[in-house]
Ligand binder design. Sequence first.
Ligand code: PMP
Length: 308
Amino acid sequence: TFNPPENIWFNGELMPWQNAQVHVLTHALHYGSSVFEGIRCYQTHNGPSFFRLREHIERLYLSAKIYRMQIPYSFNELVSACHEVVKSNLLENAYLRPVAFFGYGSIGVNPKHNPVEVSVAAFPWDSYLGNDSIEQGVDVCISSWNRVAPNTIPAAAKAGGNYLSSQLIVEEATRKGYIEGIALDVNGYISEGSGENVFVVKNNTLYTPPFTASILPGITRDTIMQLARGLGYDVQEQNMTREALYLADEAFMTGTAAEVVPIKSVDDMPVGSGSRGPVTQQLQEAFFGLFNGTTQDEQGWLEPVTTV
Ligand code: PMP
C-alpha cells in the first residue's frame, strides 16, 4: 500500500498531497497526452542528492517538444520544484515523478484549447523489480508484443501513451510468471523492457540496442555506458537479435526506478551462469558507488538537495 507524503508540487505551488486534483475530462486521461520523468534522489555523504536531475528535466522538455506542448514553467522553476518537494517532505531516498499534461478544456483530440498542467511528486520507492533483484537478478521473457514502430508513436518521448505498450508487455510477462518482458522492435531486433533499457555482455564487450531500435534514450543507460568505458570496456550500440540474449555471457537492465538489474534467465534459458555475472557486478558497484561515495562523481551527476 502506498503511504503518501504530505506535500506535492502542482501548477506552481506546494500543496497538500490530496489537493492535487484534475477533472475527469482531462485530455491526458482520454488520450494519453502526458509527458513525464522518473528521477531518483539518494542519500549521500553530502546529504540527499538528485542523480542527473538536469538531464531528466531536459528530457521532459524534449518529450514535450515532440508533441508541441508548451510547458508553462521554466527549466529552473521545475528544478526548484524538485528540490522543494523533496525538502518539504523531509525525504532522503526518493523517487520523483514530474508530469506535464494537457488538462481540461475541449474534448477533441487536438489539444490546442487545453491548458498544460504540471505536477512534481516525490515519495520513497524501493528498487522497482524487487528488493532481491539487484543481487539475485530477474527472470524475463521475450514479449509477444513488439515495441512501437518508428513513425507511429515516437519512442524518444517519455509520454503517457507509450506506457500502454509497456503495460501489455509487463502484464503478459508477470501473468506468465516472469518479472519483466523484453520487447523486440518492429524489425525483430531487441528493443527494451517495459521500463528499462537492456545490455548484453559478450566476451567482455557491452552491447545495447541503438536509439533506432525504438528505445527510450535512458539516462541510466547513458550512465552505464560512460562508467563502463571509464573502466576500459568496449561499449557498442548495436542491433541484436533475440538469440543474442540466449547466448550472452551476462545481461542486465537499467532504469531509474529499476536501477541496474541482472537478467538471470530469458525464456527459461539461463543467461551465462544463470546468476549475476562479474561484469554486471562491477558495473553495479561503480553505479551504486556514486551514492555511497566509492565512485568519484567525475561528471557532476549528483546535485545535493538545497537546505535553504
Ligand atoms: N525505457 C523505458 C520504456 C522506460 O520507461 C525507462 C524508465 N524511464 C527506461 C527505458 C530507462 O530510462 P532511464 O534510465 O532514463 O530511467
